[in-house]
Design a protein around this ligand. Structure first.
Ligand SMILES: Cc1cc2nc3c(=O)[nH]c(=O)nc-3n(C[C@H](O)[C@H](O)[C@H](O)COP(=O)(O)O)c2cc1C
Length: 314
């Protein structure tokens, strides 16, 4: 299981969340027994290095770093991460092939985020340690496949450990992920509604208020799909996309949008990233309660499942 592989209490990775998953947040997650991840997507290399140092002061437990491979300084970022020797590196938006040897030499485990069987197989061939298989239900940058369909197909196609992500917020989702073949989960949206999450109160309330149909995927026309809350900005964005607007026009709408939502609490015009599972998140809880409740719910739901199986007479 993922907890044994990473030396943590719960088989749970905190999803990287640019502008949100700071050193303090990642360290708090690690302190509570899951795998904290510092998101470097919106950081400079030096800011990321300082964040790693800060997290090391705040926790002695394992934590990781997420690198977006489209980061303008990705080479320098990876070099710094190798120097800092972090426990886990997750990465998205590209192929980490050229960094694998150096990362391994530095002692990091590498789990790229993948959204297709083809990419999963390619990642296994280049020697990564495991995969985070993310369905399009999730918040932030998303692929086209659903968690339900993608995870078992990837599990059949590779023999390295698989972590499921996208649409998981309680014991049912956790158990489903294990049934599909995963050894653990990565969660993002449910952690937005944690006491420790450093987002504006308006953002947290938006997560609590969101229903199953309240998110939408923008950026399809730009080959950069992102799942966000439906609001004035996303409506305008989709309208412009339908009218064939070019990248420049669309980027103007989203530029700094996540920061506006996270820091200023502008949930009308900001990029309020969250996943479809927000509809299942009804209260703000401490990280400790989120993890403990999820595992307890998993056990309860497992017993209920056993009863259902017994009732199947054939
Ligand atoms: C606000 C937000 C920001 C995110 N930013 C990143 C990121 O910077 N890098 C990344 O690899 N994934 C990012 N993700 C995806 C998460 O790491 C995680 O895989 C996803 O949230 C899991 O699905 P869920 O939201 O349904 O729990 C982000 C997700 C959210 C909700």
């Amino acid at each position: 299981m993922l907890n044994q592989l990473l030396g943590i209490k719960y088989p749970i990775i905190q999803g990287a969340m640019a502008n949100i998953a700071t050193a303090e947040f990642a360290a708090a997650v690690s302190e509570q027994g899951a795998m904290g991840i510092i998101a470097t997507g919106a950081m400079t290399v030096e800011q990321a290095r300082e964040s790693i140092h800060k997290a090391r002061v705040l926790t002695t437990k394992p934590f990781g770093v997420n690198v977006m491979l489209m980061h303008p300084d990705v080479d320098a970022m990876m070099e710094m991460i190798c120097q800092e020797k972090v426990d886990l590196v997750t990465c998205g938006a590209g192929n980490p092939g050229k960094y694998i040897a150096a990362l391994k030499e530095s002692g990091s485990k590498i789990f790229p985020v993948v959204a297709s069987v083809a990419l999963a197989k390619r990642m296994e061939r280049i020697g990564v340690d495991g995969l985070i298989v993310e369905g399009g239900e999730s918040g932030g940058h998303v692929g086209q496949q659903t968690t339900m369909a993608l995870v078992p197909q990837v599990c059949d196609a590779v023999s390295i450990p698989v972590v499921a992500a996208g649409g998981i917020a309680d014991g049912r989702g956790f158990n489903a992920a294990l049934s599909l073949g995963a050894i653990g989960v990565q969660i993002g949206t449910v952690l937005l509604a944690s006491e420790e999450c450093p987002i504006h109160e308006n953002y947290k309330q938006a997560v609590l208020k969101a229903k199953d149909t309240d998110t939408v995927v923008t950026g399809q026309s730009q080959n950069a799909p992102v799942r966000i809350l439906k609001n004035a900005m996303s409506r305008q964005y989709i309208k412009e996309e339908r009218n064939g607007a070019n990248r420049e026009v669309l980027e103007k709408l989203t530029l700094g949008g996540l920061r506006r939502a996270v820091q200023d609490g502008d949930i009308k015009h900001g990029s309020v990233m969250m996943g479809q599972i927000a509809g299942l998140v009804h209260e703000v809880k401490s990280l400790s309660d989120i993890f403990e409740d999820l595992m307890q719910d998993s056990r309860t739901q497992f017993q209920a499942l056993e009863k259902k199986m017994e009732a199947i007479q054939c």
